[in-house]
Write a protein that binds this ligand. Structure first.
Ligand SMILES: [Zn+2]
Ligand SMILES: [Zn+2]
Ligand SMILES: [Zn+2]
Ligand SMILES: [Zn+2]
Length: 560
């Protein structure tokens, strides 16, 4: 069947959006109705179902022990600690409902969803690690979110196959690094972004194959460069020392100097490398990715964020990878997954539709809190034949109602808007969120005014910390939001090893700053700013941004 581009008005924000022929092909393949919401509103609706980073103390509703949870203690539904939720105590089928064709599917799902226990945290294969959420294969880590295969990392978000990191995000195979974002195959980097194969350097932006460099941008295969100028090894070492990057004041003043240096340097229209027929930002080794952000080793995906490592034919996904194929309108699907529609946290699961928290399952429809389920609808067990018959019946009814392929209604979200991942992408204040029909969580996170540290009298250099400084006894205060925070022993050991000052803002403010620095997951049509060049592209740099944006060809002529 031949499709044409269709312009539609989003039923939520009333803006125009287009459905391309390829999109229609995908919807047909998945058997879902074309969406009535624009890609952004679709994404917003999904993201309110996931809390990645905000953790609370609460009691497990099964073993009654204290635990850490992504759900605050005042929530009305049962929450079980990670251990209980993954034990035989959880019998998802005990909550089964008999499907009633006279009632709406969503209404019945919500009845199940409200009573089935939710996992306090989502992680697997974790060794000697605390405060993990949406992680797998983690060893000796602390406060790690949306990550897998990492060791000895603290306060990181979306890192893979990495080791000895603190305050990093979006890294792949990076080691011994601090405040690094969007880096691949690097070692010993500090305050750097968009680098591949770099070593032992500070303040690098979009560099490749550089070693022992400081404050450089767009540099290729160089050594001993400062502000893109070459030095001898001895000169470099002397100058590096003179910037005093072991002190808080030295780092802050270098940040300003570097920001000034890069101001008039051209940027590539998007951070995409080896991307064939693809649009988006932060992509590496991808093909036919449309409107994707943070994607690598993936192909044929669209309107998705974090689709990686053999993600194929994923549309409208937030985090799909480690082999994920034919996934639609879902979050956190991966590890040998295929054919998943409108679901969340179904790892190692196949042929799943409208399922939340159902890992290691297959052929389930409208299930929740079910592990190793098969041929279940609303958590009730059916034979294969019964399942297939009833599934078709429900889908037919949902299609008649025009909702098959739509994510769950926003009222079902188990979280406040302000504690879900949506805040990174679509921030709203309480008033706006409530007005738009979202929930809000008023439980306070953290304390204020309990600090034992006074920054005015705190040593400027990490080398000047008193010998008897016991970090476990100290409560720090964020200079941005004034919230208290702690620093764990391993973190302090890391700062000392790396010769970097203790951060003076809380982990949340550090994350937010790195996230903002990445720019929005949006694209604008613009043209190359190099004189005489007429090349056009889709770029995450909005027209009012001050950066100089070049097309691929003009950018390549600028790199050294
Ligand atoms: Zn919209
Ligand atoms: Zn428990
Ligand atoms: Zn803060
Ligand atoms: Zn150009």
């Amino acid at each position: 069947m031949a499709y044409i581009v269709e312009n539609k008005i989003c039923q939520n924000c009333k803006k125009y959006f287009t459905i391309e022929p390829n999109d229609f092909g995908f919807y047909e393949k998945m058997g879902v109705l074309p969406p009535k919401l624009c890609p952004e509103c679709r994404s917003q609706l999904r993201l309110i179902f996931r809390n990645e980073r905000f953790l609370y103390k609460r009691v497990c509703d099964n073993c009654k022990k204290n635990t850490i949870s992504m759900f605050s203690a005042n929530k009305t539904y049962p929450v079980w600690c990670h251990k209980c939720w993954r034990s035989d105590d959880l019998q998802g089928k005990d909550y089964a409902l008999e499907y009633n064709p006279k009632k709406s599917f969503f209404e019945q799902f919500n009845e199940l969803w409200q009573k089935v226990p939710k996992p306090a945290l989502v992680h697997m294969n974790s060794v000697n690690s605390e405060y993990l959420n949406h992680t797998a294969d983690t060893k000796n880590c602390y406060m790690i979110m949306e990550s897998s295969n990492n060791e000895n990392c603290t306060n990181c978000y979306w890192i893979q196959l990495s080791k000895d990191l603190t305050d990093c995000s979006f890294t792949n195979q990076v080691e011994l690094s601090y405040e690094v974002d969007d880096c691949y195959d690097c070692h010993s980097l500090r305050w750097s972004k968009g680098c591949y194969n770099c070593l032992d350097s500070f303040f690098l932006l979009d560099c490749r194959g550089c070693t022992s460099c400081l404050g450089c941008i767009n540099l290729r295969e160089q050594k001993y460069h400062i502000f893109n100028k070459p030095y001898t090894k001895e000169e470099y070492e002397k100058k590096l020392k003179s910037f005093k990057l072991d002190t808080y004041s030295g780092v802050e003043s270098f940040k300003k100097e570097f920001a000034d240096f890069i101001k008039d340097k051209p940027r590539k229209f998007a951070e995409i490398t080896n991307a064939v027929n693809s649009t988006g930002n932060y992509m590496k080794n991808v093909r036919n990715n449309k409107h994707c952000f943070h994607s690598y080793d993936a192909e044929d995906n669209a309107y998705s964020i974090h689709v990686w490592r053999e993600a194929k034919n994923c549309m409208d996904c937030n985090t799909a990878g480690r082999t994920a194929e034919l996934i639609y309108n879902s979050l956190n699907i991966g590890m040998q997954c295929a054919n998943v529609i409108c679901s969340y946290y179904c790892w190692e699961s196949n042929f799943m539709e409208y399922c939340l928290n159902c890992p290691n399952s297959n052929n389930c429809f409208g299930c929740a809190g079910l592990i190793q389920g098969s041929y279940c609808i609303l958590n009730k067990q059916y034979t294969k034949e019964e399942y297939e018959k009833l599934r078709v019946e429900i889908i037919e009814k949902m299609k008649k109602e025009g909702i098959y392929g739509e994510f769950f209604p926003k009222e079902f979200a188990p979280l406040g808007y302000n504690e879900s991942s949506v805040m990174d992408e679509f921030p709203l204040n309480k008033e706006e969120a409530l007005k738009q029909g979202f929930k809000w969580e008023d439980t306070s996170r953290g304390t204020f005014g309990k600090e034992t540290i006074d920054w005015k009298n705190f040593p400027d250099s990490i080398l000047e910390l008193p010998k008897d400084f016991d970090v476990n006894k100290e409560v720090f205060v964020c200079i941005e939001c004034e919230k208290n925070y702690r620093i764990i022993t391993d973190e302090l050991i890391f700062y000392k090893r790396m010769n970097i000052p203790i951060p003076r803002n809380c982990p949340e403010c550090r994350h937010t700053r790195r996230f903002k620095n990445r720019g929005p997951n949006k694209l604008w049509h613009r043209k190359c700013m190099k004189g005489g060049c007429k090349n056009k592209f889709e770029t995450p740099y909005s027209p009012d941004r001050s950066e100089i944006i070049f097309c691929e060809k003009c950018y390549q002529q600028e790199v050294y």
